[in-house]
Design a protein around this ligand. Structure first.
Ligand SMILES: [Mg+2]
Length: 397
């Protein structure tokens, strides 16, 4: 049977989610239909736009433009500040729903995921018909729109969802590559960043089709593994799996490919913090504890390194997971720009017995656990995230 993968992507996620929040609070306008942006505060140096509406995009206002420059284009622009907690709630609701439909779901960022549709085809039928139903249902149920891309692998599905927006279903099957993908500009190819794009243009390659038909050996010679990968992508080749967690066995983990390589340690720690929180939520829901913590760093040359620690006492609270992940990160990081950051826990067990010991450390672990329980019970009563440590999600969106 032919493989089918879906890529589901929320349209202008941060802007749409803020629009919903504002409408709920009684704001009269739907900022999705206005010239509007989500942006940090101008008074600080963070007046950078993180998302813009379609009417704003039409004027050339888009992330990561400075808010001051945007005002020069339109002085009446509506500015909303980001609410990352609310965004995370929206994200969790959406992907919780999608996971209830499919076994194999890989969340790729706060607002996008891959679904291995192949095993569900017998149940849900034709993927295009189903994708339309799913898209419309999400719109009705949650009030925001998604694009769904359909392809024979992850790369094609991802490229397809990026075609015309918003609220659309697109296919990019292998036999459609030539017609639908090759005419596109090289910068539209997944993983073709600024520097690769500039390099390819210097070689006279401007469209995906030109790259696909270029001399493979020359590309590898000039651009090494990056050249090889982009060549394969341009030809629609990608045999990577939808990495859903077979969680009981492998443990659970999250990783994030950054849009731009970064040396900003605070940003990298903010990802570890978010991952720790999601991992802890999962473990607690399943009544599990982890015995091993693994941090992964991938650099821009695609070299990937792991570092792990075997714990004396199994844990499942986010503070401890975050603390160990930072220690591991500090040991592992060579100060080079990071392309991907990941955090995983394994050796899951239901055992939370604290070994009896005279060491104070164990007493502290017990106290931490009590505190954690308390925080959880407050959260359960008052709704999630009432008591919550600061975390930050995907600044780029
Ligand atoms: Mg999106």
């Amino acid at each position: 049977m032919e493989r089918i993968v879906l890529h589901i992507d929320v349209n202008s996620a941060f802007l749409s989610w803020s629009a919903i929040k504002l409408l709920k609070e009684g704001f009269k306008k739907d900022i999705r239909n206005e010239i509007s942006v989500v942006s940090g505060r101008e008074s600080t140096r963070n007046g950078i736009i993180v998302a813009s509406s379609i009417p704003a995009k039409k004027l050339g206002i888009r992330a990561p433009m400075n808010l001051r420059d945007a005002r020069k284009i339109n002085k009446d622009i509506i500015v909303v500040h980001p609410d990352y907690y609310f965004y995370m709630e929206c994200s969790k609701k959406l992907f919780g729903f999608i996971r209830s439909l499919f076994e194999e779901v890989e969340q790729f960022s706060i607002d996008e995921c891959f679904v291995e549709y192949t095993p569900s085809r017998r149940m849900y039928g034709d993927e295009v018909k189903f994708a339309y139903k799913l898209k419309n249902y999400i719109k009705k149920k949650y009030g925001f729109t998604v694009n769904i891309g359909i392809g024979n692998n992850k790369l094609l599905a991802k490229m397809a969802s990026d075609f015309e927006k918003p609220d659309k279903v697109h296919t990019l099957y292998t036999n459609e590559i030539k017609e639908k993908m090759w005419p596109l500009d090289i910068s539209d190819l997944f993983m073709a960043g600024k520097s690769s794009t500039a390099r390819l243009r210097r070689m006279g390659i401007n469209t995906i089709g030109e790259l696909a038909n270029y001399d493979k050996n020359k590309l590898y010679f000039y651009m090494k593994s990056m050249g090889k990968m982009l060549y394969e992508y341009a030809n629609g080749i990608d045999d990577s799996k939808v990495e859903y967690e077979n969680r009981e066995r492998k443990g659970i983990g999250f990783s994030r490919t950054l849009e731009d390589d970064t040396e900003d340690k605070n940003l990298l720690f903010s990802y570890l913090n978010t991952f720790s929180s999601d991992i802890s939520d999962y473990l607690k829901k399943k009544n599990k504890y982890c015995g091993v913590i693994v941090v992964t760093i991938r650099y821009k040359d695609f070299k990937t390194y792991n570092h792990q620690i075997k714990l004396k006492n199994n844990i499942n609270d986010k503070e401890s997971i975050f603390k160990y992940s930072k220690e591991l990160f500090n040991k592992l990081w060579n100060l080079e720009p990071v392309r991907l950051i990941g955090l995983r826990v394994t050796d899951l067990s239901s055992n939370n017995d604290i070994q009896l010991s005279l060491f104070d450390e164990n007493e502290k672990v017990l106290k931490d656990k009590e505190l954690d329980k308390l925080m959880d019970s407050i959260n359960d009563k008052l709704g999630k995230d009432t008591v919550y440590k600061a975390s930050l999600i995907d600044k780029n969106k």
